[in-house]
Ligand binder design. Structure first.
Ligand code: ADP
Ligand code: MG
Length: 245
């Protein structure tokens, strides 16, 4: 994995409601530059909504999100999305475009690179995720694990300062999970700032610098993996862990 220029991420007091449903009720999460935070918690606790609020796919009702110490809630959301990469459970690749075109498209549209530079950058990223030989393939002809590595390559080609992963391995067949987690671990090792929503407790334990447990729209408890997995204080976290471990 190449060297990355990562920034710190600070979420403070973020609130967000869908109509009368208050989904985020004051979320706090601070990730120093180059560190990885895993976010765990029950279904419906607001994890995906939190990631969407961080890169302004959804606009928070209150609170602040800072990247490298500067608030990103004002200003152009497209500028922000150049700086924050996101990887989804279902890859979200364009099915009718080649793997290479999937990666060059945002480089040309958002970063305004010319075709040649975009293709060079895309090929470099494909090489790094071990899929240079699939450049001309359609996503549908790749395994789920390969598709997710393409989605990661697409995000990394933008040279983001933070990467968000929303259950990136939940849709994969079990035998394909390892390869994607290994790539994510490499990226963490290369110094990317990452927020990883995951059910993979082994990954959280081994790769995370910090684990945050979310329930009902707040971070109930956070700490180093040893604390969360070995000495959880909150009864709700203890109950959650007893169900997933
Ligand atoms: P998690 O990712 O932890 O499973 P989500 O953030 O997806 O949780 O969802 C939290 C809550 O927000 C759920 O009650 C869900 O129904 C609601 N929700 C999520 N997205 C939307 C949306 N686009 N419109 C309305 N409600 C939503
Ligand atoms: Mg979710």
């Amino acid at each position: 994995m190449q060297h990355v220029e990562a920034a710190s991420l600070e979420v403070s007091g973020v609130e967000l409601a869908f109509g009368s449903n208050k989904v985020l009720r004051g979320v706090d999460l601070a990730v120093p530059a180059g560190r990885t935070a895993c976010v765990v918690g029950p279904s419906g606790s607001g994890k995906s909504t939190l990631l969407r609020a961080i890169n302004r796919l959804l606009e928070p009702d209150a609170g602040d999100v800072k990247l490298g110490g500067e608030s990103v809630l004002r200003g152009d959301p497209d500028v922000l999305r150049r700086r924050i990469g996101m990887v989804f459970q279902h890859f979200n690749l364009f099915p009718h475009k080649s793997v290479l075109d999937n990666i060059t498209l945002p480089l040309r549209k958002i970063k305004k690179l010319d075709t040649e530079s975009a293709q060079a950058a895309a090929r470099e990223q494909l090489e790094l995720v071990g899929l240079a030989h699939k450049a001309t393939a359609r996503p549908g002809n790749l395994s789920g694990g390969q598709q997710q590595r393409v989605a990661i390559a697409r995000a990394l080609a933008m040279k983001p300062e933070v990467m968000l992963f929303d259950e990136a391995t939940s849709a994969l067949d079990p035998e394909l999970v390892k390869g994607v987690l290994a790539l994510m671990a490499d990226l963490a090792g290369a110094g990317m700032t990452m927020v990883v929503v995951t059910h993979e407790m082994g990954f959280a334990r081994e790769v995370a610098d910090q684990v945050a447990f979310m329930d009902e729209g707040v971070v109930v408890e956070s700490g180093v993996p040893e604390q969360i997995f070995g000495a959880a204080e909150s009864p709700r976290l203890r109950q959650f862990l007893s169900q997933v471990l």
